[in-house]
Design a protein around this ligand. Sequence first.
Ligand code: KG4
Ligand code: ZN
Length: 347
Amino acid sequence: VQTLTVLGLESSCDDTAAAVVRQTEGEPAQVLSSVVHGQTELHSAFGGVVPEIAARAHAEKLDVCVQQALEQAGLTLQDMDAVAVTAGPGLIGGVMSGVMCAKGISAATGLPLIGVNHLAGHALTPRLTDGIAFPYLMLLVSGGHCQYLIAHGPERFTRLGGTIDDAPGEAFDKTARLLGLPQPGGPSVEAEARNGDPKRFRFPRPLLDRPGCDLSFSGLKTALMRMRDQIVADKGGLTRQDRADLCAGFQQAVVDTLAEKTRRAIALYLETNPAEPVIAVAGGVAANTAIRSALESVSADAGARFTAPPLHLCTDNAAMIAYAGLERFRLGARDGLDLTARPRWPL
Ligand code: KG4
Ligand code: ZN
C-alpha cells in the first residue's frame, strides 16, 4: 500500500494557490493544506482580469503560497513525492509563472514534476471530496468554463457539450455590471433575484430548440441590455423592483437552460453508463442555490446521485491540482523540465 503526498500549484487565472494533498491507496484523500490568494482587488478598477497584472502578481505570490501550504501541512519539500502544477488552459503569463516555479522546485529537490490540466483538476474534485468512482457525469460551471464531461479516468474524459460563447458566471458578472450591482456578479444577482418576479420579463432560452448539450449565454446579456434601456427610456431610471425583476428573469433563464441541457447530458451518459449514475457539479456558479436545486431535482428525476464539492474546492484552488497530479502520478505519469505552459488545452 502506497501513500503519496503531492504539492500542487495553481495560477491560471486570478487566484494564486498552493496545496498539499495526501492519499494512501484505497483510502480517502486528505487535503493537508490549501492556500488561495485572490487578486480581485488588483483587477477591480479594470472591469476584468488584466493578464499582465495577473502574471506579475502570481510570480510574486507563488513562493509565499508554497511556503504557507507546507507550513500549514506541517511538512517540508522533503516530505513530498511529487510537485504538480497547472500547465493550462488559462492566461499564458500566469500559467508560465506556475510552471516555472514548479520546475524550480523540481530541479532543486529532484521531485518528479507533473503537469495538470486545470479542467481535469475541477473534473476530478468529486473524487477528492467524495471518493466517487469512474465513470461519472460532470458539469463544470464557473466564470470561465461551462461544459458537460463524462469522466472515465484521471486522463480520460468525453466532452458532451458546452457553451459556444460566454460561461454562465461571466453572464452573471455582466448582468451585475449592467445593473450597477457589485462584483462578483453571481452572489449579488442571486440576492436581488430573491425579491424579484421571474415572469415579468421574458428572457430567451438560448439553443433549447437545437438538439444536443451546447449552451449559449451571450444572448441573455443583450436581452437584458435592451430591457434595461427600455425601462430607462420609459421612466427615466430603474427602481429597486425593476432591478430585482430583471435579475430574477435572467437567473430563471439560466436555471431553465442548465436544467434542460443537464437532462439531455444525463440521457447521453445513461446510454453508455447505466449502473449507479452519479452527477457532479463544480465551479463557482454551483454556489447558486436556484441552479443547484434545479440540478438536484433533474438528477433525482433521472434516478442519479447528485454531488457537489464544498464551495472552497469548487472555485479555483490548488488542492484539486495536487489531487489530479496525484492520480496521474499513480498511473506512472511524469513530466520533464521541458513541460510547457499551454494557453489552450481541451480535455
Ligand atoms: O470557479 P470560479 O471561482 O472562477 C472561475 O471562473 O474559474 O467562479 C467564479 C464565478 C464568477 O463569475 C461568479 O460571479 C460566479 O462564479 N458565482 C456565482 C455565484 N457565486 C459565484 N454565479 C451565480 N450565483 C452565485 N451565487
Ligand atoms: Zn477554474
